[in-house]
Design a protein around this ligand. Structure first.
Ligand SMILES: [Fe+2]
Ligand SMILES: [Fe+2]
Length: 340
């Protein structure tokens, strides 16, 4: 495996060797999409090293080469939803905008003084937090610290990746002012909340702290609740109606105990996974995909699949899945096998 190199061309070649392409960069001509049910798998080593080098040679922000500095799998865009990875270097701030797709983020690593800004509020970033910027909410990212911030994005693509209405701040201001008090969203979206906005548009931004997600997974385990097909699994519910995270996609977290093997099922929604902790295998239509911590992979719609935890500790997967949209449109279907 070659080193990342020092030029944009070197980086494009390195990313292509890892089946990735970077925002603001060209796709290396030699990188053909892979075929097969397990082709959508991108390893953390390539993602991380590609991001770090991108951080050094690809500029971001109002005057940068790109509005967002990300790497995404070459095969990702054949799916209706996808994940990519972003890095924000010390001192950087991206340009604020809003668009008609939902942008959602899972924090991999971040220093204390890095924040997601959304609808004039600054949201802290701790590893495992999920922060939602629903469609048509202004957002930017700001790292006022000394080490890089890295996160995984999940996009619903407004359910049409070919059309995206995109708008800058009024008067083309580069950033949005942080006008709301700390934890405003957290303090007004709980069981005590304002009477207004019964069906708000845009939907409010939401931060789901890792501590809450972990507490829910742990409580289910303590109570012996594990699904035959998904292990211990939760969704991050919308504070507006208690339903899935967004009308389009649900964020989910899933704990597979040591040596746990789930039963196969298939559904016509698409799932994108991020291996948050541990490692394991997902078997898709008899093809085995072995993943490690930090990897991103997808399970295509209507493929039989099951999970195996192959290490000696818990494996925790985060995922996005478009079952909410499929269900609302009347197209969702799931089948469960009784055994292997
Ligand atoms: Fe954005
Ligand atoms: Fe599944």
């Amino acid at each position: 495996m070659s080193d990342v190199g020092t030029t944009h061309e070197d980086l494009e070649r390195f990313l292509a060797e890892h089946h990735l392409v970077g925002a603001g960069l060209k796709r290396d001509g030699r990188a053909a999409p892979r075929q097969g049910n397990t082709a959508a798998h991108w390893e953390w080593d390539g993602i991380y090293r590609g991001l770090m080098r991108s951080g050094e040679i690809v500029t971001v922000g109002p005057n940068g080469m790109t509005g967002m500095r990300s790497v995404v799998g070459i095969e990702a865009r054949k799916f209706p939803i996808w994940m990519n990875a972003q890095i924000l270097m010390p001192g950087e701030r991206t340009q604020a905008h809003r668009n008609l797709r939902s942008e959602t983020r899972l924090v991999c690593q971040a220093p204390k003084n890095a924040v997601f800004v959304c609808e004039y509020e600054a949201y802290p970033m701790e590893r495992g937090d999920v922060v939602i910027s629903p469609a048509w909410t202004f957002h930017d990212h700001w790292n006022q610290d000394t080490t890089p911030a890295i996160w995984i994005d999940g996009y619903d693509n407004g359910y049409n990746p070919n059309v995206n209405i995109n708008e800058r701040m009024p008067n083309d201001e580069p950033y949005e002012e942080i006008k709301k008090p700390p934890a405003y969203g957290q303090r007004t979206l709980g069981l005590a909340r304002p009477l207004s906005n019964a069906t708000p548009f845009p939907l409010p931004p939401v931060r789901y702290p890792w501590a809450d997600t972990h507490a829910a997974l742990t409580a289910l385990r303590e109570n012996g609740e594990s699904d035959l097909y998904d292990g211990i699994m939760i969704m991050l519910a919308s504070p507006v109606d208690g339903g899935p995270t967004l009308p389009t996609i649900a964020w989910q977290a899933q704990l597979l105990s040591t040596k746990q093997k789930t039963l196969p099922h298939r559904h016509n929604s698409t799932t994108f996974y991020f291996a948050f902790e541990g490692e394991g295998a997902v078997v898709i239509e008899n093809e085995r995909l072995q993943y490690h911590q930090g990897d991103i992979f997808a399970v295509p719609a209507w493929t039989w699949h099951h999970h195996e935890n192959t290490n000696d500790k818990d494996t925790i997967l985060f995922s996005i899945d478009d079952w909410p949209a499929m269900t609302k449109l009347g197209f969702y279907m799931k089948e469960e096998a009784k055994g292997f």
